[in-house]
Design a protein around this ligand. Structure first.
Ligand code: AMP
Ligand code: GLY
Length: 429
């Protein structure tokens, strides 16, 4: 079997790791992959945006299944192009991926479908946005409607901050076209939770719930990043809560998408705020979460490949249940100093050999590459994902932190508190 994974981050390394574990004899290609995927997959020097070239590659190499990691090619229509060419691909169509590509569309759809989410207004004009914000009380959240690599949502403590955020987007074009429309919404408070659903457009199967840590600083302080770590499982996400997410959020959303002729087949990522035990949608994504999936896949006993193939073929997921191992996983992200601002690249990475054979440790690369001599160096803001496994989140976090300490590169930065909410709950149990 031949599989192509599109993307170059920790998410894609996790997908390749899982697919290879399920099908050791499969030939896997990564486009373009990173310094770590090379051990499991052949690198193809194509970027995720090069959709036609990727389709040519999949066609000429007789790829049986393409799995798309990042949102940008999905929103740009990679699935539609592949399908038109008769190529099997896992990921939603362009129309369905708009649920992530346009927050304005996602909010309008939720409003129509009665899905719980923060009250909001959408603006194309700065003057109108400013008037609305000044009539409103802080805190308030200002969001670029389009894709912004996880950095386009600004939680503002004061009205002036919110006006500045809206000006940055609508006037100064800080996020380019992505900020040409902004969503201004009420600030919700509670605990955040990520629940990802595999879906055929009608049936939705939850993956084990996880929690992401977006801010750069410990204790969830400082600017948002693409994600500094994640863990699973999350004890507040019991069967009742996941049932509420399915009934109140996912089913009405899938039905509304289908009604709008945007049937969603792939992974629907629900970014939620749990307010007094009730789920509210903060955002939808049209793909696997990064770094959530790095903590989820090591716990998954069922075959991802089989389910991805079913969805890609257009088959039903009715009656599917997933098996999970009863352990915990904690993913700590090692970042380059300066991230999420500018950061240096090309720093030599030293991974002690003793980490290699540890069955409770998985190293998933993100911003790494091999230099011309084959040495591993940094090439991005988020460099490595260190996934620790254990009987509890406390144990898994300890494992992850120890390995994070042992790996060296100049300017290494990481949060030492990934999973802290769950660790507190485990302590008080
Ligand atoms: P988003 O880009 O919509 O996922 O938002 C990024 C982060 O901003 C979320 O993970 C939350 O921490 C925060 N956020 C977004 N919307 C809200 C909201 N309505 N209330 C409180 N926090 C929010
Ligand atoms: N971890 C958040 C995301 O994947 O968007």
């Amino acid at each position: 079997m031949r599989i192509l994974v599109v993307g170059s981050g920790g998410r894609e390394h996790a997908l390749i790791w899982k697919l290879k574990a399920e099908q050791p004899e499969a030939q896997i290609y990564a486009a373009p992959g990173n310094g770590g995927t090379k051990a499991l997959a052949e690198s193809v020097p194509l970027k995720p945006e090069e959709i036609d070239a990727l389709a040519d590659f999949a066609d000429s190499r007789e790829i049986d299944l393409t799995v798309v990691g990042p949102e940008a090619p999905l929103v740009a229509g990679i699935t539609d192009v592949f399908q038109q060419r008769g190529l099997m691909v896992f990921g939603p169509s362009q129309g369905a991926a708009e649920i992530e590509g346009s927050k304005a569309l996602a909010k309008a759809l939720m409003e129509k479908a009665g899905v719980p989410t923060a009250a909001h207004r959408t603006f194309d004009s700065f003057e109108e946005a400013e008037r609305h914000i000044r009539e409103h009380r802080a805190p308030v959240v200002v969001k670029a409607s389009g894709l912004a690599a996880g950095k386009g949502s600004i939680v503002c403590g004061t009205v002036d901050e919110a006006v500045d955020a809206a000006r940055g987007m609508l006037v100064d074009k800080r996020f380019g076209e992505s900020g040409a429309t902004v969503v201004v919404e009420d600030c919700l408070s509670g605990e955040e939770l990520s629940v990802l659903f595999l879906t055929d457009g009608e049936n939705a199967i939850p993956l084990i719930p996880s929690q992401d840590h977006k801010p750069i600083g410990e204790g969830d302080t400082g600017p948002n990043t693409g994600g500094m770590g994640a863990y699973a499982p999350v004890s507040i996400a019991d069967e009742t809560l996941v049932g509420h997410v399915l009934d109140r959020v996912v089913m009405p959303t899938l039905a509304a998408l289908k009604k709008e002729k945007r049937p969603f087949r792939g992974v629907l990522y629900c970014g939620l705020m749990i307010v007094e035990s009730d789920p509210y949608v903060i955002e939808f994504n049209c793909r696997f979460g990064d770094p959530e999936i790095q903590a989820i896949l090591p716990l998954m006993e069922s075959s991802l490949l089989e389910l991805a193939e079913r969805v890609a073929r257009g088959d039903s997921l009715a009656g599917v249940t997933l098996r999970w191992c009863r352990r915990a996983a904690v993913c700590t992200v090692l970042a380059s100093e300066g991230y999420p601002g500018s950061y240096p690249k090309g720093k030599a990475i030293d991974i002690p050999e003793r980490l290699d054979g540890d069955p409770d440790l998985i190293l998933l690369h993100a911003g790494t590459r091999r230099d011309p001599e084959g040495k591993l160096v940094t090439s991005g803001g988020r460099v490595l994902n260190v996934v620790g496994l254990g009987a509890s989140v406390t144990d898994a976090a300890e494992k992850s932190r120890q390995a994070a300490d042992a790996i060296q590169f100049a300017g290494k930065y990481f949060r030492r508190d990934i999973g802290y909410r769950e660790i507190e709950r485990e302590r008080s149990r």
